[in-house]
Design a protein around this ligand. Structure first.
Ligand code: ZN
Length: 485
């Protein structure tokens, strides 16, 4: 028997449309940029989609798997059109070259589903259209992030589509494995996929999308029951990415069955009703900077209180630059040791390295990348510490003393969600009364046991829980809460 041929490619990126910083090809190339046997070595044994594809390739002797361009970049702003064009061309050229002599038997693509490109709100749909045009009726399977923006137009182009069931995401590999197994069944003629999709006309912030508890956990439990039906291939719930401005913005539910359109529709209808009933529970109402600081300081206990500013969390498209929380902290100047992490300002880091420890400087903090979220704060500071950032490739960093508040400035824009970040600056968290950090959910993992409370605030920034702060250009204007019901 001749071996069947599977093409594998990946373009995974979550884009924040409200961040002024763009993502170019170099950022993809620095993070994940492999193909061929190098891709197999890069992902083998990892709990990622392509890790699952490598496991499939090595376990399925009757499949010849070709790893085409596989790339991803950390969450950020819009991708440049040049970067998208280059990646799109690489994937499509790889597909075309591989089918010159004989068609592929299946194609697997690992997408995120919430990519945004400058001037192009539908890059993933465009790529899927090109791909479908190239491969004709060859089975196409795609895995997506739970925060993807799915649409009927996309599903029409895909045979097998599935998304992660967990957030934090711990089933990327399982999702890909499901798609690959279904693709293999389809190529063998053992599966005839039928889909249904439904969308809720709303934009949901991801604050309450945890799959461990809360409304998303309840929905995932219900979806799991649907997945146990005979003939059901997959049921996936997508929350959407609130800061990705897309014509397909908002949550969606898809079901795939083996030749049973009615079952797929029943699952999607039931889950959409359950989602609509829970809609309000996805919205959170957080205190502003000042109120959040007061609440944190009022909490009793000997460990530090933490105030986190999710609107400028780099893992959600934050830019390490919004000034509101720092301005409130400076005005309040609590009578306890305070640490603020962080501002992204490479020029200030360079200036401080030149001036040296102990020197006094004047500077502007925040509002450097953009003044859209508030003007810079003028400060006078003493340089307390310089580090080479030899921790997760932070680049050089500086710690300033500003009216008794220790403030960290960095050359790169990364979330301080690891205690090692503060240890690097010689900070003993046991001696700190108040910790203010640009971070979100991931911060809790390491810091819940180290702090007496974690207070989230709502300040202006590219990733605020308050959806009404943003002006969407491409998302339908009838989406809740942009307009009332
Ligand atoms: Zn996600």
């Amino acid at each position: 028997m001749t071996r069947r041929r599977l093409a594998i490619a990946r373009l995974w990126y979550e884009g924040n449309s409200f961040t002024p910083v763009t993502t170019d090809l170099a950022i993809f190339q620095a993070r994940e940029w492999v193909s061929g046997s190098a891709a197999m070595d890069f992902y083998r044994g990892t709990a990622t989609e392509i890790g699952a594809a490598v496991a499939f390739a090595e376990a399925q002797a009757d499949w010849d798997c070709q790893f085409l361009r596989c790339t991803a970049a950390p969450p950020g702003g819009q991708v440049t059109p040049e970067a998208f064009a280059a990646i799109r061309a690489e994937i499509l050229d790889g597909i075309a070259a591989g089918q010159k002599d004989k068609p592929w038997d299946a194609v697997y693509l690992s997408l995120h589903g919430a990519m945004v490109v400058e001037g192009n709100p539908t890059p993933e749909l465009d790529l899927l259209r090109d791909l479908r045009r190239l491969i004709g009726s060859v089975p196409l399977g795609v895995s997506f992030d739970l925060h993807a923006h799915l649409a009927p137009e996309m599903l029409d182009l895909i045979d097998i589509a599935a998304g992660y069931k967990t957030y934090p995401h711990i089933d990327m590999d399982a999702t890909a494995a499901l798609v690959l197994a279904a693709l293999a069944s389809m190529a063998d003629g053992r599966l005839t996929p039928r889909h249904a999709i439904a969308k809720l006309p709303a934009i949901l912030p991801s604050f309450n999308m945890r799959s461990t508890d809360g409304p998303m956990a309840e929905l995932q439990q219900r979806a799991k029951t649907w997945r146990s039906w005979t003939g059901m291939v997959d049921v996936s719930i997508f929350g959407g990415f609130a800061y990705g401005d897309s014509p397909f913005a908002g949550p969606s539910i898809i079901a795939t069955t083996d030749d049973d359109a009615e079952l797929a529709q029943a699952a999607v209808d039931d889950l959409m009703t359950a989602l609509a009933e829970r809609r309000e529970r996805f919205y959170v109402h957080l205190p502003d900077s000042h109120a959040g600081l007061i609440a944190a300081l009022a909490s009793g206990g000997d460990r530090p209180a933490a105030v986190i500013d999710p609107a400028d969390n780099p893992l959600s498209g934050g830019i390490g630059d919004t000034p509101a929380l720092f301005r409130a902290l400076l005005e309040l100047r609590p009578n306890v040791p305070c640490v603020f992490g962080f501002f992204w300002d490479p020029d200030l880091v360079a200036r401080c390295w030149q001036a040296g420890i102990g020197a006094r400087i004047s500077a502007q903090l925040g509002g450097r990348v953009t003044a859209d979220f508030g003007p810079p704060v003028a400060i006078e500071a003493e340089i307390l510490k310089l580090t080479d950032g030899q921790f997760r490739n932070l680049g050089r960093t500086v710690m300033l003393d500003i009216n008794g508040i220790k403030v960290i400035i960095t050359e790169s824009c990364q979330t301080p969600n690891d205690p090692g970040y503060f240890a690097l600056h010689g900070i003993d968290l046991g001696q700190i009364g108040l910790l203010c950090v640009k971070a979100k959910n991931h911060f809790r993992a390491a810091f819940t046991p180290l702090t007496r409370c974690i207070v989230e605030i709502d300040a202006p920034g590219p990733a605020s829980p308050n959806i009404r702060r943003y002006r969407y250009r491409y998302a339908p204007q009838n989406l809740y809460p942009l307009t009332a019901d």
